[in-house]
Design a protein around this ligand. Structure first.
Ligand code: FDA
Length: 371
């Protein structure tokens, strides 16, 4: 008999949830991670007593009651509700686009007035295009929402994200731009959202409680896994598993500039988007607002902020978002066909499936995959 039933590569949410399930049914698991900490991209680093989302802001949201009950059975969640604010040339606007935004933009006070203004703006955009199909993202966005909101809240932000002019980006990137005719700044439409009380590390620690974990351990330096385990759960990059033999998959990435500020409350909100092109970062995250409310904000006298910059990805950088174009989709599909032929290996998670996943769908997948 081999030493382990499962060797699990990666202690992110997928690997940790699978380890939890396997352990519950009495399987012997070893979780390895090449990083020096558990949790993958949801890991938080404590700075000045504040949980800092080291790999980007993470807000848990779902309408799936089973997933919500599952995570709450591991750790309690707080009442954080994501309601980002946009800063355009010093003016502030609420997001997502809702009655507050329309009031701030045009002074309109009723849904009827806001609808009228939106219709007027859309009609002007249509007239400018003279009946032809939108040729690029700029034209598409203006048809959907009009010039004012496009220029103030979409143009600069999108250009920073993609590193290209909106007139050079394809129209299909924006299919819909939802608007809300109510005064509601809650970014998500999901039934449940929040942040684990005590931070994401508590969630991961709860999932891995009782499981053997080895950090700073790269799967590719281990030798043949079949010598130690019956089955493998692999959550690392799909192309790396096959030694890039068909070519490298590409990603988009984000870089963070994190600083400690000598004030208790820097921007009054967890997320502020900077929507003008001239400011090089896209967002500023003030981490304490994910977990501290009311007086707690002031009881902690310092604050930690992260400025986010969209950065072109090169091998060696953090692979964050899969690139959804023909080349990468085709290549990923070829790798998936190879993966399907691997015996006793489960490929799961955002890297091994080369797919953008929010946290809740990752957990849903890990709860349902056949062990
Ligand atoms: P994850 O990347 O977390 O874990 C994989 C692990 O495998 C890593 O720890 C890695 O070190 C390890 N590994 C890889 N190769 C290895 C090897 N060879 N040997 C050993 N270990 C290896 N979702 C959401 O619901 N709300 C949100 O607000 C956000 N925000 C957000 C911001 C940003 C910038 C990104 C990129 C993503 C989000 N997400 C999100 C998505 C969320 O991060 C994602 O769903 C989960 O982290 C995915 O968990 P995984 O376990 O799949 O991967």
């Amino acid at each position: 008999m081999k030493q382990y039933d499962y060797l699990i590569v990666g202690s992110g949410l997928f690997g940790s949830t699978l380890a939890y399930r396997a352990q519950q049914i009495g399987k012997r698991c070893l979780v390895i991670d090449k990083r020096s900490h558990i949790g993958g991209n949801v890991y938080c680093e404590s700075i000045e007593g504040i949980n800092v989302h080291k790999y980007g802001a993470h807000i848990f949201h779902t309408s799936n009651k089973e997933v919500w009950n599952f995570v709450n059975s591991i750790v309690e969640f707080n009442r954080y509700t994501n309601s980002p604010v946009a800063n355009y040339k010093g003016q502030l606007y609420n997001l997502p686009f809702n009655m507050n935004t329309f009031y701030q933009m045009w002074g309109v006070k009723t849904p009827e007035e806001a609808e009228g203004k939106l219709e007027e703006q859309r009609a002007e955009a249509k007239a400018r295009m003279n009946g032809r199909e939108p040729q690029n993202l700029e034209e598409q966005a203006q048809l959907l929402i009009g010039k004012d909101i496009y220029e103030t809240l979409i143009k600069g932000y999108t250009e920073k994200q993609w590193g290209r002019e909106c007139t050079e980006l394809p129209a299909f990137i924006i299919k819909r731009l939802p608007v809300r005719m109510v005064f509601d700044n809650n970014y998500f439409n999901d039934k449940y959202q929040g942040i684990p009380v005590g931070g994401y590390n508590k969630l991961i620690e709860g999932l891995l409680d009782g499981t053997e974990v080895r950090l700073n351990t790269d799967f590719f330096s281990l030798g043949d896994w079949r010598d130690i385990a019956e089955k493998l759960v692999y959550t690392g990059p799909l192309d790396e598993y096959f030694n890039y033999k068909l070519g490298r998959l590409q990603y988009r990435t984000v870089s963070f500039e994190t600083t400690v500020e000598d004030t208790a409350n820097y921007q009054g909100n967890a997320v502020v988007n900077y929507t003008e092109r001239e400011i090089p970062y896209t967002r500023v995250i003030e981490h304490k607002h994910f977990e501290m409310f009311g007086q707690e904000v002031y009881d902690c006298q310092k604050t930690v902020i992260s400025k986010e910059y969209s950065t072109e990805w090169k091998p060696g950088m953090e692979p964050y978002y899969p690139v959804n174009d023909e080349r990468n989709n085709n290549l990923a599909e070829q790798y998936r066909q190879l993966a399907a032929k691997e015996r006793n290996v489960i490929f799961g998670g955002r890297l091994a499936e080369y797919k953008y996943y929010d946290m809740a769908p990752i957990i849903e997948h890990a709860l349902t995959v056949q062990l």
